[in-house]
Ligand binder design. Sequence first.
Ligand code: ADP
Ligand code: MG
Length: 340
Amino acid sequence: MGTIQLSGVGRSFKSTAAVSDIDLIIEDGGFVVLLGPSGCGKTTLLRMIAGLLEPTAGRIHLDGDDITDLPSKKRDLAMVFQSYALYPHLSVRKNLAFPLKTQRLGAAEIATRVQEVADSLEIGHLLDRKPKELSGGQRQRVAVGRALVRNPKAFLMDEPLSNLDAKLRTQTRHELTALHRRLGATFVYVTHDQVEAMTMATKIVVYDRPESVFVAGFLGSPAMNLVDARIVTIDGSIAVTADGIAGGLWPGDVPDLDVVLGVRPEKLTIASAHAASDTRGVRIAGRIDLVENLGGEQIVTCLVAGREVYVRTSRDVIATPGDDIVLTAAPENVHLFDRA
Ligand code: ADP
Ligand code: MG
């Protein structure tokens, strides 16, 4: 069992509200993703559920019991942090054993449990290493393992994939989904990444404070691509420029301006890098990095000057990782925001 109920939960720091008035029921066994932009209070909310931070308003229940005033250790919840928060001076074995030491288990029992969990995450051969001798992906597994050893009612995960590269992120996403299925435990997962939310969640809670320009990026699915760019006027026409990005938008004459350029993933068209440029609008040069199936559609992750741009298309569009491509967007689908 692991049903978590939040009633009117809030947290202020001095006079500023980081989280206010959250009512939410997280059902037992669900994989609930709280999705929202950076700074909207996701970490603060998770820390309150974990018992690492006291709410300034509201109550938190676990399986019907009020746990608001219960210390973290007694909550039967485990948290995986964005930074992994491993003990640098302890071996992987000791990092994994640490949460069990407080549970008065015998040494043999602890050793068995640690080995079991390490094997299930395929890090059984790394038990004698220190965190600094591990890759990012391996550290991430140790962090998950440390949550797993206690067999908690619910896992609280704070952007656990944000320090991994794109390929490893996709692989780990699949592994977390499989782990969730295998354990049947409740997963509460916070992220600012809409693709993560869509590919893993059984339920998505969009969680934002609509004062940020970036909220524009969070409505729609997946998130609007937002790229820093510059607006310039060339021969009476307003054009956009950035690394890998060029194109005319509208007739006009404006002073040069730094902006955030936004295009929704479903408004981008993929063309071969060699195709002639016969369209008006923005052209974005990049390379296909990943293709993920999503029902009848696919999400194509492209790398453009080192950053990820998402395209959502029908599965009929041929997209091959490694191909150089050009993404095009018609002027009416290009949004410009002030650089905040
Ligand atoms: P997220 O995880 O969604 O990026 P956070 O929960 O970290 O957001 O932060 C939400 C807001 O609360 C931010 O404006 C942040 O500056 C503020 N905040 C978080 N922790 C503290 C703290 N310990 N003291 C003061 N302000 C904080
Ligand atoms: Mg955070």
